[in-house]
Design a binder for this molecule. Structure first.
Ligand code: M6R
Length: 602
């Protein structure tokens, strides 16, 4: 989603801003822009498409210009198509205020009507242009930009983050967040504002995590933070972030996605550190007593991880678990109380629907917990307990290693609350977990090779079913999502038992089915679905552990491990299949069309 950046300091802000926009490209965007201040006037440059295009235009138009104050933006369209006039920054009619904005202004129609009555007109289709004019209008009324900004933001509704400059006070940059991410980086004689810390980590690791409705004022050599509503000064602690910028680079892999798939063994090892010791899983910061019930909320891949977690937690710990898409959860009438632990799963910690779901869970008096990858992200500061997944930065828009790390976290919760720690099954899982990283590491190269062969077979198909039962069901959903996201081929994930209830009508020669099987009580049942599809001339590739024989047209055998741990071997195979098809089809693997890494709007 949109990326905001701001720089104030003694260096060339134009250069810093372009560099930062490039580092935030992975968030997903369709246009980009920059504004800088020079001799109390603003220069805006915007382009559709990649930041490289913006860089080229900046180099042609203002090659030797430097500026100590600049704002930049990558836009992911919400109001109006991607085009130059809709790209950010936006400027007020009188040219005195410039703004970059991430998120949505909900009452923009109301503000628009008020402004039109005052004689304002608009050239873009965006809510941002209305916002910047509203701020300017308020600045006139209040007799100052800061006072006007405060009044305007108190009246504006929605979830957003902004940074702005004004000719009324060219020595400052102002910023605020409400429901969308914004961080303040503290450098030596310079400050950075960004939606994502990767935009400034090469300059500083010192970060202030801004909270909702905190107004930031940046000057050349100082900054201040105050409450938007009371005006009270807020002293925030500066945190030193331990984040390896190297790991956010491709390191010789063709794509971030491939690199991140290959990082999964390290992620498994990393996420077990401090949790697995003395043959037991202990999550020291979790209450010892089982919660009476768990309600998981999440979106996309994180939701599928949650569904997988339901199977694991109910099987091993016997705790009833419900799993719900966060966007449904947030608006539904709910019967939850303080006996329910609401568990939010999110890689980014910024997904708007999941954030809103957490806020509602708190209002209902539920206990809250997050499984999250990004330290200091919005969700981690809202919930009672956080289980960090320690997967490192995930740059590719399509989630891979994050899901593995979430499944490990969920399995750890299941084992932590296991009702029978002395059982054979518990010991088997612990033994399996101890070897899991090396097993996955060993099989990845061969899995990639086989995936590339199957990709040739699949690349021209127009439609796919992914079928599974038990633990294979959430994996089937994820397999189908990865194929859709990366290749733009239609794919549906189904519980294999549902086939006969409708989807089977779609089976014909051109449909390819990927059937997922473990050597468990469901294996035979999924085999029945395979036969039914074959009887209707559909082709089937079965992905199953070694030794499990099926009637599928093609059998892709993976090494066998302990029961549900088989999921950690199956998942990379599904990721690599979609990745390989996407490469053959020459798709934009790391940044598929229309997608954003972090969905910070509803
Ligand atoms: O950051 P989150 O885990 O909250 O993100 C949730 C989804 O937006 C995300 O998993 C999305 O579905 C990915 N593109 C999947 O590859």
């Amino acid at each position: 989603m949109c990326g905001i950046f701001g720089y104030i300091g003694s260096d060339n802000g134009i250069h810093y801003t372009l560099e930062a926009l490039q580092l935030m490209e992975y968030r997903g965007y369709d246009s980009a822009g920059i504004v800088f201040e020079e001799e109390k006037a603003f220069t805006l440059i915007k382009t559709v498409g990649k930041v490289a295009e913006l860089k080229k235009t900046v180099n042609t138009r203002v090659a030797n210009t430097t500026s100590s104050k600049a704002l930049g933006h990558t836009r992911w369209a919400t109001h109006g198509i991607p085009c130059e006039k809709n790209a950010h920054p936006h400027q007020s009619n009188d040219g005195s205020v410039v703004i970059v904005h991430n998120g949505i202004i909900e009452n923009y129609q109301e503000l628009r009507t008020e402004l039109v009555a005052e004689g304002y007109s608009f050239i873009s289709d965006t809510d941002t242009e209305i916002l910047v004019n509203y701020i300017e209008y308020m600045a006139q009324k209040e007799g100052g930009i800061k006072q006007g900004l405060v009044r305007a933001l108190q009246h504006v509704k929605g979830a957003f983050a902004i940074a702005l400059m004004s000719t009324r006070d060219t020595s400052s940059i102002y910023a605020m967040r409400r429901g969308a991410p914004l961080l303040l980086g503290i450098g030596k004689g310079e400050y950075f504002l960004a939606s994502d810390m990767c935009a400034f980590l090469q300059h500083t690791n010192d970060v202030i995590f801004l909270d909702e409705n905190e107004l930031v004022t940046l000057h050349d050599t100082e900054y201040s933070i105050e409450s938007l509503y009371t005006g009270e000064r807020i002293d925030k602690s500066i945190e030193s972030v331990d984040f390896d910028i190297q790991s956010a680079q491709k390191q010789g892999y063709a794509h971030y996605m491939l690199k991140e798939i290959y990082e999964q063994p390290d992620v498994i090892e990393q996420s077990l550190i401090g949790k697995l010791s003395d043959g037991k899983i202990v999550l020291s910061h979790l209450p010892k007593e089982q919660p009476p019930r768990i309600h998981i909320i999440a979106c996309g891949t994180s939701y599928y991880a949650g569904l997988w977690g339901k199977y694991a937690i109910e099987e091993l710990a016997g705790i009833p678990v419900e799993v719900e898409i966060a966007s449904e959860f947030r608006y539904r009438k709910k019967a939850l109380d303080k006996n329910t632990l609401v568990l939010a799963i999110t890689q980014s910690g910024e997904t708007a629907d999941t954030v809103a779901g957490c806020a509602i869970a708190r209002e209902l008096g539920c206990k809250t917990m997050a499984i999250c990858n990004v330290v200091g992200s919005t969700i981690t500061r809202m919930v009672d307990t956080v289980l960090y997944t320690q997967a490192g930065p995930e740059i590719s828009v399509a989630s891979t290693k994050a899901m593995t790390s979430q499944m490990i976290a969920l399995l750890c919760i299941a084992l932590h609350y296991s009702s029978n720690r002395e059982s054979e099954q518990y010991r088997e899982y612990i033994g399996g977990l101890q070897h899991l990283a090396s097993t996955v590491r060993d099989i990845l190269p061969q899995t990639e090779k086989i995936a590339r062969q199957y990709a040739e077979l699949c690349k021209d198909k127009k439609s796919f079913f992914y079928l599974g039962r038990g633990y294979c069901y959430p994996l089937a959903l994820e397999g189908a999502l990865k194929l859709k996201e990366l290749t733009y081929i239609h794919a549906e994930g189904y519980p294999a038992g549902e086939m006969k209830h409708g989807p089977i009508a779609l089976v014909e020669k051109s449909l390819m089915t990927i059937a997922l099987l473990f050597d468990d009580e469901f294996g035979e049942k999924t085999q029945s679905a395979i036969s039914e599809i074959q009887a209707r001339e559909g082709q089937v590739i079965a992905i199953a552990p070694l030794g499990l024989v099926t009637t599928a047209d093609f059998e892709w055998h993976l090494p066998k491990t302990v029961d549900l741990l088989q999921s950690f071997i199956m998942l990379p195979a599904l990721q690599l299949l979609s990745y390989s098809i996407a490469c053959l089809l020459d798709r934009n693997v790391d940044m598929p069309r229309n997608l954003a890494k972090s969905v910070t709007v509803e």
